[in-house]
Write a protein that binds this ligand. Structure first.
Ligand SMILES: Cc1cc2nc3c(=O)[nH]c(=O)nc-3n(C[C@H](O)[C@H](O)[C@H](O)COP(=O)(O)OP(=O)(O)OC[C@H]3O[C@@H](n4cnc5c(N)ncnc54)[C@H](O)[C@@H]3O)c2cc1C
Ligand code: FES
Ligand code: FES
Length: 1341
């Protein structure tokens, strides 16, 4: 064989198909991923970038391959961000554009997702569509289980997944009926929906959907079939700027290549190597792709097991295992079953479709879910190198610890042999992750025991753990010591002690959670012990004792049921005209475009001539002086235009709202890790990033470095002013109360994780210093102001445009202003258009999020549970600049009472100034934190007084009209109605009894239930912040162009505004178009924040429409039978102005912080939620079983959108309170910089039964059409899950004899839940830790 001269041979042409079109790429770059290729080169922008690392699914496409031997076509979903284009030779790609569009035909998946209200901001929607589409190509009538598996790798931050599942469910053959006719609401009981302009009152109707017709789909390109069949047996080479890709055609060639380039990695799925190259900047000059080699793709059943080729994807492995398990007797299939257990939740579907078995094994990552099982299962690896083959046991590569080099760099894994299990052998797999699905394990394990025949004597034992060291760890000593022992409790006890000693985790182990991980190590062992005990007993009851019934719960996975949901809302008055859309569940006006990928976001704006790209250089120090910046290497890098620093700012670099400024570029010193020091401008984002890595900054450390609230308190480091509210006589009240609750609670921060990262495109117009700024923001007027002042030009030269944004949740206000300023300075300096799209990692690092909070409190109450006095100090971590932190403190204080009356109250709040990235606005703005605080007091009071939490809530709840602490009047009638209705809907008391019954019978699993009321004050505390304007033009053909100051970020504001205009002008919604929000059409618009968008812009739109209608009235009354077009034409001919602005002055609001009095809010949104959960006491896992929400949102303008907001916010609240955890290094470096490390709720996390009811007959005289603003309120109700878990934990602790009062901090992650469920295992680990640290001390001294 002649080896390809990778250094000099002529590169091949890469041939593949995209959406049926042939692509021939002569200069295929191995470093280019499919995502950037289709977006930038093919201009197919429907596929989105969300993370770049395979963790979010926004980039999902369908891959189709043809296998010439079997003549089989395989379709599967894949993450295009991880697929090197060079891996696509001979492959067909389908993107969202390829399956349907508004110009031709919409695909049924696109139609159903949109019409079932499955898109809000729409950024995740193309990915969802493609995951579902790929499933349907293989299973046109999928089961619900297949649907949830198919969507497991797709994240959505807006919808809460329920409507997405509803849309997908419509393809199921099996009945997906909720089986409920209660209140006349059955999920199949839907009426006709939108047909043209006909409008109905149900959320959607499945009857109107187009059927799925598989014959209409793209066929696999025949040319590719021919190509595959006649493929010449030769190596393909693709050469890029820095990397050469070699794809050999035979094993022999592969082995030759590997001998020649031993350091070159083999790339199959690129799911391990890709993230390393991207995020850790590892560079490989040569990459070898073994995907075409048949030996590596075999799946062969043998007499004693299964042989699987190393390049087989995990999905293929899963299918093969499923088949063999269904055919084999159970005793032979135990290893296969254990593998299937792990494969079910390993990664998302897209990852399983491309990640290879060989890659998982050979990466030898500590987080491999397969290696522990393959190792205990005595699987063997078939290895080959030039002229040599050998077989080794997989366990051998882990036997002597991480450093062993039993594999040589020249060796290739060809296949893996997975043997049958034996009769006396038992194998189990365990894993626990931060999120149940698509989340790397915190700890996993594979365990196997073989008994001497007919006995319970251990003949052979294998225990392997993942998540403990740098690779899979073998508890060899433990296994050897226990061989020959009986399978009984003494053995278990010893096993736990031995394993803790052997699989040692030092206190400072990377990844943290040390005590939890130790606890999992022994908890898994305990589960294994019980599993085996039960199996032995079932084989022969005389062989050993059975597992006590109460303990069986340790062995069972959470039970799954068909997800059910229910949405109840008030229908419009039957007298309302059918053409009036207000109050009806109209689909998001861009829903279809979201689903077809035609909806454009900032980075979808077409490339501007000679545009440049930015990459940021951020501070690596938390607090330091900048000694020098060396740009020389960066400036020499390929494609670099310039580097922009603070010196290049013609205007202001610092913006002052408080005494500390917001800063665009760090100048002399840095105040947090992640602060922007400079940016590189280059001809591509790749070049910009490569050059940015070459900027050298020298720092001199400054003291102090303050990272936490505790450190800020110690150093007295606060932003001013601090705030205080006081009412009654707190000191006196404390004298008279029966009991006092004192303590502190910690609530963690939250990352916005909008699916569209911060994005801006600045285009200099070449004249009068004018700039067009296309930006993903909630506040274009602020962007305009900041850009103008940093450039030193008047605001009238800066035109900001926002079509829509892919989520924001408060994170795209001031931060977007700073980033737009950076891009504007670069555009100003270079004279070129500049595109600045933050990577997910940079976005998370730089932009901050929700404020962590600590509350130190003292609460006095009577023995009957009545709160009489509270004295509380709230500290939030503001980060390094003030941003909105003072306002967050104010809102947290003003809303701290939630739904409860506290007659004597003193609460103080301050924002801590620390050296973390500055925190900012986030949905709920302080209330989700302070509301959780008071609800935790309720739990404490209930525990101390012996009352149930719901009784304490009822006793203290506002019941009649009265003044709340800052003297604003509150009428709580609808609060009480929501509470009562929620009690009734959730059947609270009977379910509470059922929960108690379950808990009596189950020791290791517990259920919990909680019901939480909510009062959510609406408003912005200052009048001028809620002013709004609109501009409405009527054109002579009768069409209407509407614009207003609100931003479409998924909440459906434009849909609602079109509904308002349609009602006012009495014309169909289809005659009204919304183009964009722009500072040129509506100046000085306030931010779309604090749930106010519809309220205030709706008033302005109504005003504009009424002005126009008034002008038309004389014409209409003269010709009452005329049409809208007749009237418009006539008006034009009479020279009547057909354009009008509308204005709303804003709500009256005031707050005097000196006096602690005012009317900061306009009205109140009320609600209540009841949630039930089940926890696994041994792992800390939990499952959300059921949630019932009742919300008072007045008269909904659009129940589909409003219910969507409630559900989406609620699920974001579940994330805040139970899952999302930001982790920093001791030096202030954020570790959690992507969906791999930071877990937001996925489809597996929503309550299995999810009901939302809108309170009927509720009026609100303050807002448009009696509606209420509700974007934020639902988030807080996520805490009902938090308190349901608390309830379950309380039961556990009581049962274990831990009777003291306890507090749980947020988020209630698996770690916190497990550690709160103290038992013999946590105790054993605590003793072990104390013992090992004493030893460590002794050793040191
Ligand atoms: C979002 C995400 C979630 C994930 N979740 C999980 C999870 O929950 N559990 C889990 O276990 N894993 C998880 N993974 C890891 C994933 O399973 C592995 O990355 C994958 O199996 C590696 O296979 P690959 O084909 O992509 O490897 P590649 O990235 O292509 O290659 C990885 C390495 O393996 C070597 N290699 C590959 N094949 C061979 C061979 N035949 N012979 C010799 N060396 C070879 C290569 O040289 C390379 O160094 C996740 C990954 C991602 C991106
Ligand atoms: S962008 Fe590809 S998975 Fe997130
Ligand atoms: S609609 Fe899913 S992320 Fe916005």
């Amino acid at each position: 064989m002649s080896l390809p001269a990778a250094g000099g041979a002529r590169p091949d042409e890469l041939i593949f198909f995209v959406n049926g079109k042939k692509i021939v790429e002569k200069n295929a770059d191995p470093e280019q991923m499919l995502l950037s290729y289709i977006r930038k080169r093919l201009r197919l922008t429907g596929t989105k970038y969300g993370c770049g690392g395979g963790g979010c699914g926004a980039c999902t496409v369908m891959i189709s391959t043809y296998e010439p031997l079997s003549k089989k076509i395989r379709h599967y979903s894949a993450n295009s961000c991880l697929l090197p284009i060079c891996s696509l030779h001979g492959i067909s790609v389908t993107t969202v554009e390829g399956i349907g569009c508004t110009k031709t035909r919409i695909h049924p998946v696109q139609e159903r997702l949109a019409k079932c209200h499955g898109s809000q901001c729409g950024f995740c929607t193309p990915g969802m569509v493609m995951s579902m589409y790929a499933l349907l190509r293989n299973h046109p009538e999928p089961s619900m289980e297949q649907i949830t598996a198919a969507l497991s790798g797709n994240l959505c931050r807006c919808t809460g997944y329920r409507p997405i599942l509803d849309g997908c469910k419509t393809f199921c053959k099996e009945s997906v009926c909720c089986q409920s006719k209660e209140n006349g609401n059955c999920c199949l009981d839907q009426e006709d929906k939108l047909k043209g302009e006909e409008i109905s009152s149900k959320l959607f109707s499945a009857d109107a959907f187009q059927p799925l017709d598989p014959t209409q789909e793209f066929i696999f390109p025949p040319e590719l079939m021919t190509m595959a069949e006649n493929q010449p047996e030769r190596t393909c080479i693709f050469k890029g700027e820095r990397t050469t890709w070699i794809s050999p055609a035979s094993l022999k060639e592969l082995l030759e290549l590997k001998a020649k380039y031993p350091k070159a990695p083999l790339v199959v799925g690129n799911t391990s190597l890709g993230p390393e190259m991207k995020f850790k900047k590892v560079h490989h000059p040569i990459i070898i792709s073994p995907a075409r080699i048949l030996d590596l793709n075999v799946v062969r059943y043998t007499d004693n097991g299964l042989i699987v080729g190393a390049a087989c994807s995990l999905a293929v492995v899963k299918d093969a295992l499923t088949k063999i398990v269904s055919e084999l007797p159970g005793e032979k299939a135990k290893i296969f079953r254990a593998l299937l257990h792990q494969l079910k939740t390993l990664g998302g579907q897209q990852i399983r479709n491309i990640a290879s078995l060989g890659g998982n094994i050979m990466s030898r990552k500590s987080t491999s879910d397969l290696n522990p099982i393959l190792a205990v299962g005595n699987c063997t690896l078939n290895l080959a190198s030039r002229g040599e083959t050998r077989r080794i046991r997989l366990s051998d590569i882990f036997t002597n610890g991480a450093g062993n080099n039993i594999l040589t760099p020249e060796e290739v894994l060809v296949s893996v042999h997975i043997p049958h299990s034996r009769k006396e052998e038992f194998v189990s797999a365990f894993r626990q992750a931060q999120r149940r699905e698509n989340s790397l394990p915190i700890v996993n394990a594979g365990m196997r025991v073989l008994f001497a025949e007919g006995t319970d004597i251990i003949k052979d034992l294998g225990i392997f753990y993942g998540g403990i060291g740098s690779t899979t760890v073998y508890a060899k000593q433990t296994c050897q010591t226990l061989t020959g022992r009986l399978w009984n409790e003494q053995m278990l006890d010893e096993a736990c002690r031995l394993v803790l000693k052997e699989v040692s985790l030092p206190g400072s182990a990377p990844g943290g959670k040390v005590q939890y991980r130790r606890t999992l190590i022994v908890s898994f062992l305990f589960k294994f012990y019980l599993e085996v005990l039960q199996s032995l007993n079932r084989m022969d009851p005389h062989r050993c004792l059975d597992v006590p019934e109460k303990y069986e719960s340790a062995l069972q996975d959470f039970k799954s049921q068909m997800p059910q949901s229910e949405q109840i809302f008030q229908e419009v008055n039957p007298e309302q005209l059918p053409r009036d859309p207000v109050g009806r569940p109209i689909m998001h006006h861009a829903g279809i475009k979201h689903a077809t990928g035609e909806a454009l976001y900032c980075d979808d704006v077409r490339a501007v001539d000679e545009e440049l790209f930015l990459a940021v250089v951020t501070s690596s120090q938390a607090h330091a002086k900048i000694v020098s910046i060396d740009l020389s290497e960066a400036l020499k890098a390929p494609g670099v235009f310039d580097v922009v620093t603070a010196q290049d700012i013609p205007g202001t670099n610092e913006f002052y709202n408080y005494s500390d400024p917001e800063i665009i570029f760090a100048k002399d010193k840095v105040i947090c890790v992640g602060q922007i020091v400079c940016v590189v401008v280059a001809d591509s984002d790749v070049h910009a990033k490569q050059a940015a890595a070459k900027v050298k900054i020298e720092y001199e450390a400054l003291e102090p470095v303050i990272l936490t609230i505790e450190e800020a308190i110690k150093h007295n480091s606060f932003f001013e002013p601090q705030r205080k509210l006081e009412r009654g006589n707190v000191n006196e009240a404390f004298e008279t109360v029966d009991q006092i609750l004192e303590g502190e609670i910690h609530i963690g921060g939250q990352e916005h994780f909008y699916m569209e990262t911060q994005s801006v495109l600045v285009v200099p117009k070449g004249e009068d210093k004018e700039l067009d700024v296309y930006v993903s923001t909630q506040h274009p007027a602020l962007i305009q102001e900041m850009v103008a002042s940093c450039l030193g030009v008047p605001a009238n030269r800066i035109m900001c445009h926002v079509k829509r944004i892919g989520g924001a949740f408060g994170g795209k206000i001031g931060k977007a202003g700073l980033l737009a300023s950076v891009a504007a300075v670069a555009a100003n300096k270079t004279g070129h258009a500049v595109r600045f799209i933050l990577d997910r990692g940079d976005d998370m690092l730089i932009t901050g999020g929700r404020h962590p909070l600590i509350c130190k409190y003292k609460v006095g109450f009577t023995n009957d549970g009545r709160i009489m006095a509270a004295d509380a100090k709230y500290y939030i971590n503001g980060g390094c600049t003030p941003d909105d932190s003072i306002l967050v403190v104010e809102v947290a204080l003003l809303k701290m009472d939630n739904a409860y009356k506290i007659p004597n109250l003193r609460c103080c709040g301050c924002a801590c100034k620390t050296n973390l990235p500055s925190n900012t606005a986030f949905r709920g703005f302080g209330f989700p934190q302070s509301g959780l605080v008071i609800e935790s007091w309720i739990m404490g009071i209930a525990a101390k007084s012996g009352l149930s939490p719901e009784k304490v809530r009822e006793i203290n709840m506002y019941k009649e009209t009265e003044q709340i602490c800052y003297i604003q009047e509150l009428d709580p009638e609808n609060l009480v109605r929501c509470w009562n209705k929620c009690m009734e809907k959730s059947a609270y008391y009977s379910r509470k009894m059922a929960v108690e019954e379950f808990n009596k019978l189950n020791y290791w699993k517990k259920k919990g239930i909680a019901i939480i009321p909510m009062k959510f004050p609406f408003g912005l505390t200052s009048s001028f912040l809620s002013q709004a304007a609109a501009l409405v033009h009527i054109y002579t053909d009768g069409s209407v162009l509407l614009t207003h100051g609100g931003i479409e970020m998924g909440q459906g504001i434009h849909t609602k505004m079109i509904q308002v205009a349609s009602r006012e002008l009495k014309i169909p919604m289809s005659s009204i178009h919304f183009c964009e929000t722009s500072t040129t059409t509506v100046p000085n618009a306030c931010a779309s924040v604090a749930s106010t968008g519809t309220d205030v812009n709706g008033m302005a739109v109504k005003d504009a429409c009424q002005t126009l209608l008034k002008r038309l009235e004389p014409i209409i009354s003269k010709n009452p039978t005329g049409t809208w077009n007749d009237w418009v034409k006539e008006a034009f001919e009479q020279s009547i102005n057909l354009s009008a602005t509308g204005y709303f002055r804003g709500y009256t609001a005031d707050m005097d912080w000196e006096k602690g009095e005012g009317h900061p809010f306009t009205y109140f949104v009320f609600g209540a939620a009841c949630s039930e959960v089940e926890i696994d006491c041994l792992t800390g896992d939990h499952k959300n079983i059921r949630t019932d929400i009742v919300m008072d949102i007045g008269c909904s303008i659009n129940p589909a959108l409003d219910i969507g907001q409630i559900e989406g916010a609620f699920v974001q609240g579940i994330g805040l309170y139970t899952m999302e955890e930001l982790k920093y290094s001791p030096d202030g470096v954020l570790y959690t910089r992507g969906p791999d490390q930071y877990k937001i709720p996925a489809v597996c996390d929503i309550p299995e039964q999810f009901s939302v009811s809108l309170l009927s007959s509720s009026q609100n005289p303050y807002a448009i059409y009696s509606s209420k603003g509700l974007g934020e309120a639902g988030l807080f109700l996520g805490c009902s899950v938090f308190f349901a878990i608390w309830d379950a934990v309380a039961t556990v602790r009581k049962e274990r004899g831990l009777s003291g009062i306890f507090t749980l901090n947020s988020p209630l992650t698996p770690e916190r839940i497990r550690m709160a469920c103290a038992d013999q295992f946590t105790e054993m680990c605590a003793l072990f830790s104390a013992y090992s640290s004493a030893n460590e001390c002794q050793r040191r001294t």
